[in-house]
Design a binder for this molecule. Structure first.
Ligand SMILES: Nc1nc2c(ncn2[C@@H]2O[C@H](COP(=O)(O)OP(=O)(O)O)[C@@H](O)[C@H]2O)c(=O)[nH]1
Ligand SMILES: [Mg+2]
Length: 327
């Protein structure tokens, strides 16, 4: 979703927006042919300037924040999880409402002022314009704060590229997931802040000629059984499903990770149930310590045993995916 990478403006608070509008208006003075005329010209200019600042600022936010609809795809699911799409749409709707109201109010006030022959009536029309405009802006103060927060959260999301073929690594903690991601990656993996937990998501890139694939490890998500997860983590796993083209599940038969093989195969089964339709490669790690006769693939990130084979297998599966998408 390229639109997320568009530059989103910093969102002013309601107080800042009012300050901006009124300080601009305060600087304006216009000369007239007489006192009434001068008052009229000055007030028209103040109302126009302050109203326009509010309308343009709010409309600018509405048009520059990305449109996001609830869809069964990685980014919408992730955005929903991180900021809440319903709330987000409500906030943009509120800004749109306030901009529309302010514009209408501004035009009505300008008409009144133009028609008036009374200096004190001009002043009171201006004051009531300021008062009502402030009230519109105050009514959206929570929405402005929400959008500024959303902007900060959006910034962290593009670290994962949803459009490139992706292999996701799963398995209990300490089975060797990070070691594998590191060994497979062309450059040092990036650690991106994880919007749902305090743990960083680990993103590596595998370069295959001109193509680039993504290999990611998501600590806290695919390293324990589904029952142990809270609602947010469950939703995060759902989002992850849309991102996962293939998966590699790592078993550590040496059990130096601290989990028995029985527990590890139970996790594998639970992941297989959660990721129906996803091609899951099962590979046994730490072959330098222990090698089984299970018939599964095995490798050692430490000695490099079978690393080229695993890399070749991953690349051939990801390539096949690109080819089938191109057709
Ligand atoms: N002997 C041996 N140790 C390994 C191997 N791969 C990882 N380890 C060790 O296992 C521990 C956990 O590895 P890590 O990659 O961080 O696992 P993760 O928690 O699944 O990401 C670390 O102490 C690694 O040094 C391996 O192939 N052989
Ligand atoms: Mg790790």
């Amino acid at each position: 979703m390229a639109s997320l990478e568009r530059k989103i403006p910093t969102v002013l608070t309601s107080e800042e927006l009012m300050d901006k509008a009124y300080s601009r208006a305060a600087k304006i003075t216009k000369n007239g042919t007489n006192a009434l005329d001068g008052k009229k010209k000055t007030t028209l200019a103040k109302v126009t300037a302050s109203g326009d600042i509010v309308v343009t600022t709010l409309n600018g936010y509405v048009s520059r924040f990305p449109r996001i609809d609830k869809e069964d795809d990685f980014f919408p699911q992730l955005v929903d999880l991180v900021i809440g799409i319903d709330r987000y749409k409500k906030a943009l709707g509120a800004l749109n409402w306030a901009a529309g109201r302010t514009d209408k109010l501004k035009n009505e006030s300008l008409r009144e002022i133009r028609r008036s022959k009374d200096i004190s009536y001009i002043d009171s029309t201006r004051n009531s314009f300021y008062g009502r405009m402030s009230s519109y802006i105050r009514q959206i103060s929570k929405d402005l704060l929400f959008l500024q927060e959303a902007k900060n959260k959006f910034r962290h999301l593009p670290a994962i590229q949803p459009d490139i073929p992706t292999i996701v690594v799963a398995g209990f903690p300490n089975v060797g997931k990070s070691s594998l991601v590191k060994a497979m990656s062309t450059a040092a993996p990036e650690i991106a802040p994880y919007p749902f937990t305090t743990k960083g998501i680990i993103i590596g890139h595998i370069e295959d000629d001109w193509r680039k694939f993504q290999i990611i490890d998501t600590p806290g998500l695919l390293d324990r059984s589904f029952e142990e997860r809270n609602d947010i983590e469950k939703q995060a796993v759902l989002a992850l499903r849309y991102l996962t083209n293939i998966m590699i599940f790592i078993l550590d038969p040496s059990e130096t990770c601290g989990y028995s093989m029985e527990k590890q195969t139970a996790l594998l089964r639970s992941i297989q149930e959660g990721f129906v339709g996803v091609d899951i490669i099962v590979a046994e790690s730490k072959s330098d310590i222990l090698r089984t006769n299970s018939g599964n693939l095995f490798f050692s990130a430490q000695t490099g045993e079978n690393m080229e084979e695993i890399r070749g297998l991953i690349i051939s599966k990801l390539r096949a995916l690109v080819v089938s998408e191109d057709e």
